[in-house]
Design a protein around this ligand. Structure first.
Ligand SMILES: [Fe+2]
Length: 408
């Protein structure tokens, strides 16, 4: 046997010498999708009789096909298919070395080759042979001796079906890519909107916005230590940034008051929890009118992240012993999201400079947290925080605030 090319042989055709393999033209690559490109299809013909291959080549050339390759060596077929990626294989069944059934089975079991159409050419009229080939996934049969008109029609139909299949696959891959792109754009916009909202609330007494970021990070540290999965940890980190969004509803005279708040002022301050919940959560049907339905249409309100943010906004001032606000919930009555944020929020308030106090040292902060063990804080949540002080310090360094003058 000899390795022979007719023309336009590319590098992928460097088969081992001795392969009886012919190529008529290899200029066209890619799926076929019109009458002219149907005829540009790459076709591989396999038969152990050279005379049969010559006949097939003549028939196909007469039908306008020009990118043709042939081989009489069935043992080389799979290697050829992998290299040339034909658009269709015309395959003899009974051949020495490797028979057509075996080749078909291997093509269909290869993830990258399995969609290549195969037309079986056979002189056999045995029903079992046909059933076996059908079972292995053959596309068409042609009886030998081949009728050239039938050959061209079956070839055209098979290639057309393949082109439709390719177009559908490409379309669905493109759609999937577009959906993924839009989804990540929406996700980015959603997170940005959340962060803007959180910053809006903080801006009046912390124009760096670092407080909300640090609280979110501390919440993530605690949630991770408590064994939450990474998806839930991410959600909690984002949601916790909105814990004080209700401060938007508190007058400056109270929010920015340097000294101690009067009881009535503190009562109003406490309302930032329910203000926060109502800013975040969807309005009821009774509250909805034509002007605010767009809020729901946006899909942001009522999502898991916003539900969690509402829970945190409403319960981050509850205390483990039931002396917190707004409900006076006790122990595990307080949602875990609120218990976690309570530790994170208090630690950040203690360790950051405020208009009325300097930043406390870590030792002072930890001592105050310990004092609150079992009274203010859930002991397990506190332990989860304290066990990860290295990470806490890294966040403090990364998102440090400038020192503020202490207001006497
Ligand atoms: Fe708060």
């Amino acid at each position: 046997m000899s390795f022979t090319h007719q023309q336009n042989v590319d590098s992928t055709e460097a088969l081992s010498p001795g392969t009886d393999f012919h190529i008529a033209n290899s200029a066209v690559v890619g799926p076929v999708n019109s009458q002219s490109s149907l005829q540009d299809a790459k076709i591989l013909m396999v038969d152990d009789e050279m005379i049969n291959l010559d006949l097939l080549t003549n028939y196909l050339k007469a039908g306008g096909y020009h990118d043709l390759a042939t081989t009489t060596d069935s043992t080389q077929v799979l290697q050829l298919v992998r290299m040339r990626r034909p658009d269709l294989v015309l395959l003899d069944l009974m051949m020495p070395g490797m028979d057509g059934f075996n080749i078909l089975e291997q093509i269909r079991s290869d993830e990258e080759l399995k969609d290549i159409p195969v037309i079986i050419l056979t002189a056999s009229h045995h029903r079992e042979a046909k059933l076996l080939a059908l079972d292995l996934g053959v596309d068409e049969f042609l009886a030998k001796p081949v009728d050239p008109s039938e050959l061209l029609l079956r070839l055209r139909n098979t290639l057309t079906a393949r082109a439709a299949h390719d177009q559908l696959s490409n379309y669905s891959a493109r759609l999937e890519q577009e959906v993924q792109q839009r989804t990540s754009q929406l996700e980015a916009a959603r997170l940005e909107a959340m962060y803007c909202l959180a910053r809006a609330a903080e801006f009046r007494d912390d124009d760096t916005g670092h407080h909300v970021v640090r609280v979110g990070r501390y919440v993530a540290i605690i949630a991770t230590a408590l064994g939450f999965d990474s998806q839930r940890v991410d959600l909690l980190e984002q949601a916790a940034q909105l814990h004080d969004v209700g401060k938007i509803g508190i007058p400056d005279s109270i929010l920015l008051k340097p000294g101690k708040l009067a009881e009535s002022e503190f009562d109003l301050m406490k309302q930032h929890c329910s203000f926060g919940k109502h800013i975040i959560l969807p309005l009821t049907d009774n509250e909805l009118d034509g002007s605010n339905r767009g809020v729901h249409a946006g899909g942001l309100v009522g999502s898991p992240i916003m539900e969690t943010a509402a829970v945190i906004a409403e319960t981050h001032h509850e205390r483990w012993d039931g002396t917190g606000y707004p409900f006076g919930f006790k122990g595990e009555q307080i949602p875990i999201e609120g218990r976690i944020t309570a530790v994170a929020d208090v630690y950040d308030a203690l360790s950051s400079p405020r208009p009325y106090k300097p930043a406390y040292s870590e030792e002072q902060c930890l001592s105050i947290l310990e004092e609150g063990r079992g009274s203010h804080f859930d002991p397990l949540v506190l332990d989860a925080f304290l066990a990860n002080m290295e990470e806490v310090r890294a966040i403090q360094r990364e998102f440090a605030d400038a020192a503020l003058p202490v207001d006497a």
